[in-house]
Design a protein around this ligand. Structure first.
Ligand SMILES: Cc1cc2nc3c(=O)[nH]c(=O)nc-3n(C[C@H](O)[C@H](O)[C@H](O)COP(=O)(O)OP(=O)(O)OC[C@H]3O[C@@H](n4cnc5c(N)ncnc54)[C@H](O)[C@@H]3O)c2cc1C
Length: 853
């Protein structure tokens, strides 16, 4: 074994082999894979080998399509047969709700280029004669489903990689991984040591153990999984003889089953309700090519449905039941990418559908390692979507829930119960007492809406029981004043002498003056978005109270009386704040962003920290918030503070420390509702005091509580986008309509400047647009197809009912060429195309008089 390598890939399952192949194909040939046994010695060897393109996340679906298309290439390059059979398949619905869900799948598939078609149960029976059509209400035909030989595919990746210069070391077990002082990794194996620039954890069933070698506890858990293989069946022989083809695949969602032909019989697998975790805490190194004891009792309820839905099974014998473990992340999607705080350490694990996703995972990871960017939107697979709240116990609860719901419908208004109520803010019980219905965001309980006694969400694709109550919350904001919790935002504090220069390079905006805020897009080298924030420059603290406001504030540079307090810029507009003003200052900066992206953004910030004096920390719940918004919000604020909050003294986008009641707070005049409004930030110990005070003082102004569903309705009528929906790493600022916040001419050479400038000149491919839809009882959620003049041209990113404007609104991307068309647009919703009109100006406060007045 050589002593040095660019990349050490740990694990020779289908995922590690794919990563190795993609690295070599991309030009990194000095790479090696270490496998403790033979290749495929984890989950891979006993997989059922099924593959399919559909996935709840369209971006993962794209990578699944890529994976399936890749097999021909690796087979040709390696000379190793992969056993790929593209049979096509049917996705079956036994209920109307399931059929609605499938229609959504078809709508998404249109812009993904998937060949999906809604068909009747009879037509499904014609294609897959083993099913009983009377058990189903309809189906979708999918031409890309198929199956393969798991071992053949893994060896094909490995052989193809070897041909491109990569090395594969079997029977080489990695026993330790140590980070050296120079940043390289010492990979210690039973065959000696290798020094690697990068390490990839593709340890599959042992991913946790490999993670623990570097102090990382990955949120993955293996579940037992069973499938059965029948004796040869005459019905199968008949189909084969009559059609000259195999029996096609079937996924029976309501039976929670998948089926395909296996030799002369059938293979039927199930995700049973009573799923069983395997090796919950530690995976034994001794586990290898053995199977687990089948437990027919556990899968009996699913099989009963299966035998009813596919009657031919009632007459055949079961030849074999396979039971094997494979891993899942809490949400069922892979964990991919660089690990925050461990430069050069990458993960590619938790891949539960290795034969549909392994190719895409390998491609994205190799792009990321070589080019610094995955090259796709892999948000749904990014390991950074989990934080420290994803403990082992949380992971186990969520994985069991996810396994048992693998084929269940999740309605857009449905919150899942496992792992809930763990991370809460101090006002949680107060809000619960007012009827708050909570959802979870990055582990945190967040109020969605406020239900009167006896009312709860009825899960549906259509407008539901919350509709009128969310409408009332919206009206409270637009007509009087609303109060909401905003602690779930991510908050980062940046300090240090060189903070201004660093921020100027990291963010594409102009830096705000002290006491001011600005919207701050953050770009990657390719000129596309990697963040969308509000940046605040705080005035230097002057009172004792303010010194205690931010966690650690007493000790920070910024808490010391500033030596060069640039107060002259206070209240100035953005353009008045010259870049040079901050040189040598010890200002304190706050960045507010999307809560779910906290790890993702910290990873980016930290990997770009210079040697100079800059410190960034994520404040998490050590800074919590409440927001008031609406025409009476200023009156309310004035009642609870001694500060002058008139428009002249405290204008739009100002931020200032002020006491609210007796609590030291930081108040920013900004609101995502698009209304007159304020965000009030405080240390958690003050939140109950401030909440009670605002609630009591708000009575005379008609204060009402509002949750995130009302906030969604409010931002939609302003056409405001949000991170991970409208703003994602595949769009440039011009495409996303954020170009007006980019300081194209600022002297600082911010990251992505030249690429974004080039994209601006060339125009980009897409434009984000707001549409008003003709819709009666349902609204878009996201990922629906946008049609123009009879063809699918774009996709919806989010939407809903804007209660105040009384319009059904959709935001989405369309090609630039048609972005200014006035008509011809339709949006597909629950299988029907609805007329959609572009909305060029905000439906509320188009002249910003309310927001800025
Ligand atoms: C019964 C069953 C049916 C399935 N059916 C399907 C299906 O139809 N379609 C589908 O797509 N997926 C299916 N799967 C899931 C599929 O098997 C997994 O998605 C896939 O195998 C994951 O591959 P992997 O490379 O991530 O992990 P693994 O296959 O577990 O590979 C990890 C490898 O890493 C090696 N390793 C670990 N630690 C070390 C170390 N320290 N040093 C060296 N080597 C190490 C292990 O020996 C192992 O070979 C099924 C799984 C089961 C159990």
């Amino acid at each position: 074994m050589k002593s040095h390598t660019r990349v050490a890939v740990i694990g020779g399952g289908v995922v590690g082999a794919s990563v190795l192949y993609h690295l070599a194909r991309h030009g990194w040939s000095d790479v090696m894979l270490m496998e403790r046994d033979e290749l495929t010695s984890g989950s891979t060897w006993h997989a059922a080998g099924g593959m399919h393109t559909i996935n709840g996340d369209p971006n993962v679906a794209k990578l699944q399509k890529y994976t399936i298309e890749l097999y021909k290439e690796i087979e040709e390059l390696s000379g190793q047969a992969t056993g790929v059979h593209i049979t096509g398949g049917v996705l079956l619905a036994a209920t109307d709700a399931r059929m609605d869900w499938l229609r959504g799948v078809v709508a998404k598939g249109r812009y993904l280029g998937l060949d999906l078609e809604e068909i009747s149960a009879e037509e499904a029976h014609h294609l897959m004669p083993l099913l009983d059509p009377s058990q189903f209400v309809g189906a979708v035909r999918n031409s890309e489903d198929g199956h393969l030989d798991p071992s053949g595919v893994t060896h094909a990746y490995a052989k193809a990689a070897r041909k491109l210069g990569a090395e594969v070391h079997r029977f080489t077990r990695v026993e330790d991984i140590v980070r050296r002082a120079d940043g390289l990794w010492r990979v210690v194996t039973n065959k000696g040591e290798v020094v690697a620039e990068h390490v990839v954890n593709a340890g599959g069933l042992w991913a946790r153990e490999v993670g623990r070698m570097v102090g990382l506890e990955l949120p993955v858990l293996a579940m037992e999984h069973m499938y059965l293989i029948t004796e040869d069946m005459p019905e199968v022989a008949e189909v084969n003889a009559r059609t000259g083809r195999e029996v096609i695949h079937a996924v029976d969602f309501d039976g929670e089953l998948y089926l395909r032909q296996e030799r002369g019989g059938m293979l039927m697998g199930t995700y049973e309700k009573a799923g069983k975790p395997w090796s919950e805490r530690v995976t034994p190194w001794s586990f290898g090519h053995e199977l687990l004891e089948p437990d027919i009792e556990r899968i009996a309820p699913s099989l009963e449905v299966g035998f009813r839905h596919f009657p031919a099974f009632q007459k055949t014998g079961i030849k074999q039941i396979i039971n094997g473990p494979f891993t899942f992340a809490p949400d069922g999607n892979p964990l991919v990418g660089p690990v925050r705080g461990l430069p050069g350490f990458w993960v590619a694990c938790g891949v539960m559908a290795g034969f549909s996703q392994g190719g895409g995972v390998g491609l994205a990871l190799s792009n990321w390692m070589i080019d610094g960017d995955p090259g796709f939107d892999i948000w749904a697979m990014d390991v950074a979507r989990y934080g420290e709240w994803a403990t082992m116990a949380y992971t186990n609860a969520k994985v069991c829930e996810n396994y048992s719901r693998r084929f269940s419908i999740r309605f857009p208004n449905e919150e899942l119960p496992a792992g809930r109520g763990v991370k809460t803010t101090p006002v949680h019980d107060l809000l619960a007492g007012r009827g708050a219905q909570f959802g979870a965001a990055f582990g945190l309980e967040v109020p969605l809406w406020y239900a009167p006694e006896g009312v709860a969400d009825e899960f549906s694709w259509r407008r539901s029981t919350d509709f009128e109550h969310v409408g009332a919350e919206v009206q409270a904001v637009r007509e009087r004043v609303g109060l909401s919790e905003i602690s779930s935002f991510a908050k980062y504090r940046v300090t240090g002498e060189d903070a201004p220069a660093w921020l100027d390079r990291m963010l594409a905006c102009r830096l705000p003056a002290p006491g001011r805020m600005t919207l701050a897009p953050m770009l990657k080298q390719d000129g596309r978005l990697i963040g969308d924030f509000t940046l605040a420059c705080l005035n230097s603290p002057s009172s004792g109270a303010s010194r205690h406001l931010l966690p650690g504030g007493e000790k920070s540079e910024a808490a010391r009386p500033a030596t060069s307090s640039p107060r002259r810029g206070e209240g100035a507009s953005r353009s008045e704040a010259g870049e040079g003003a901050w040189a040598g200052s010890s200002q304190e900066w706050l960045i507010f962003g999307s809560g779910v992206a906290e790890q993702h953004h910290m990873r980016w910030f930290e990997s770009h920290l210079p040697a100079e004096d800059v410190k960034i920390e994520a404040l998490g719940l050590s800074l919590v918030g409440l927001s008031i918004a609406g025409p009476r919000s200023r009156d309310l604020l004035a009642k609870v503070t001694h500060d002058d909050v008139s428009n002249a003294a405290f204008p739009f986008m100002a931020i200032r420390r002020m006491d609210i009641g007796m609590a030291p707070c930081l108040v920013g005049r900004v609101s995502y509702t698009g209304d007159l409004g304020y965000e009030i930030w405080m240390a958690p110990e003050y939140q109950r005091h401030v909440f009670r005070l605002l609630e009591a003082a708000g009575g005379e102004f008609g204060l009402g509580l509002f949750g995130s569903r009302a906030l969604n309705a409010l931002r939609l009528e302003k056409g405001y986008g949000s991170w991970a929906r409208e703003y994602r790493p595949i769009y440039g600022p011009v495409e996303a309509g954020l170009d007006r916040f980019v300081a194209w001419n600022k002297p600082a050479d911010f990251i992505g400047k030249s690429a974004a400038t080039a994209q601006k000149a060339e125009g980009g491919r897409y434009r984000l647009r707001t549409f008003v839809m003709d819709a009666d009882d349902a609204d878009v959620i996201g990922d629906e197809a946008i049609w123009h003049d009879g063809t699918v041209k774009g996709w919806v990113t989010s939407g809903g009912y804007a209660h105040n404007a009384r319009r059904s609104v959709a935001l989405g991307y369309v090609p630039r060429e048609i972005a200014d068309a006035e008509d011809g647009f339709e949006i597909e919703l629950l299988g029907k195309r609805h007329r959609a009109r572009p909305q060029r100006t905000p439906l509320f406060d188009a002249d910003f008089a309310r927001m800025r007045g």
